[in-house]
Write a protein that binds this ligand. Structure first.
Ligand SMILES: [Zn+2]
Length: 263
């Protein structure tokens, strides 16, 4: 049975029969992978401690017959404490990221650049100024979605491709129309009666587009108002709900809660 090593973080751990549990990791080498931790809940377990929000070296072997992975050893590399200035925001945003990854990552499919982006996000959310946490999270969320094939269009109309960045007079004071179902902004010509739109003020559209195109480090220097951040999060939550269709995502409940949290 071949031994495998990869660094990774824990996405979820659920108790399993007897003293065991099933740990789902986001591994650098193979993406989302659920591994059996045999006897891991027993005090006699000799391997290193499993820690959440911690980059770890994960050692496991895979059964040739069943393809099931079994955890053999873990070693911490870098811990993200998420407790700077006593703000619960850091932990909440990091937890939301982990929930979304658990829901959306395909099993056993390498996502190297998303893995590195996630590590960079955790590092920044651990240390950045608390006013930067929200823009950081929004920028990360858009990048995560886009790497998994869900890319909301905030630059132009999803119907005709018209650039809505420069001119948006046509929408008057109502702002631009965002269709979660069609995955982006819709100009007045392409709007359909009866279709549901979330309104996005043109100033906010500029912010969301800037967040979408900025690097995470750049996003960490953005300053946005709480109301703006909330509005953008609502757009993205609706977008995610439509685009993932019938999948019941627990992370959506988490994002709803996040909207109601004051930091
Ligand atoms: Zn159009």
């Amino acid at each position: 049975m071949p031994q495998n090593v990869s660094e990774g973080i824990i996405l979820k751990s659920v108790n399993w029969k007897e003293n065991s549990r099933i740990v789902t990791f986001f591994l650098e080498k193979c993406g989302r992978l659920s591994i059996v931790d045999r006897g891991g809940r027993s005090i006699k377990s000799k391997r290193g401690r499993l820690q959440t929000f911690c980059r770890m070296e994960v050692n496991y072997f895979k059964s040739d017959k069943t393809g099931t992975g079994y955890l053999t050893e873990v070693d911490p590399i870098e811990s993200f404490l998420l407790e700077r200035d006593g703000s619960l925001g850091r932990l909440t945003f990091a937890s939301a990221a982990v929930e979304i990854l658990y829901d959306l990552l395909p099993e056993d499919e390498p996502q190297k650049s998303l893995y590195h982006l996630t590590m960079q996000f955790l590092k920044l959310i651990d240390l950045a100024h608390k006013l930067s946490l929200y823009p950081l999270f929004l920028a990360y969320l858009m990048k995560l979605l886009s790497q998994l094939g869900y890319r909301p269009n905030f630059a132009g109309c999803v119907g005709c491709g018209k650039d809505l960045q420069i001119k948006n007079k046509e929408n008057g004071n109502n702002g631009l129309a965002f269709s979660a179902e069609r995955g982006g902004l819709v100009c007045s010509t392409c709007q359909i009666a009866g279709e549901y739109y979330i309104r996005l003020q043109s100033e906010r559209q500029k912010i969301v587009y800037a967040l979408q195109t900025a690097s995470l480090a750049e996003a960490a220097s953005f300053s946005i108002k709480y109301k703006e951040a909330e509005n953008i999060l609502e757009l993205l939550t609706n977008f995610l709900r439509y685009q993932t269709g019938t999948k019941k995502l627990k992370s959506l409940i988490f994002l709803e809660k996040l909207k109601k949290t004051k930091f």
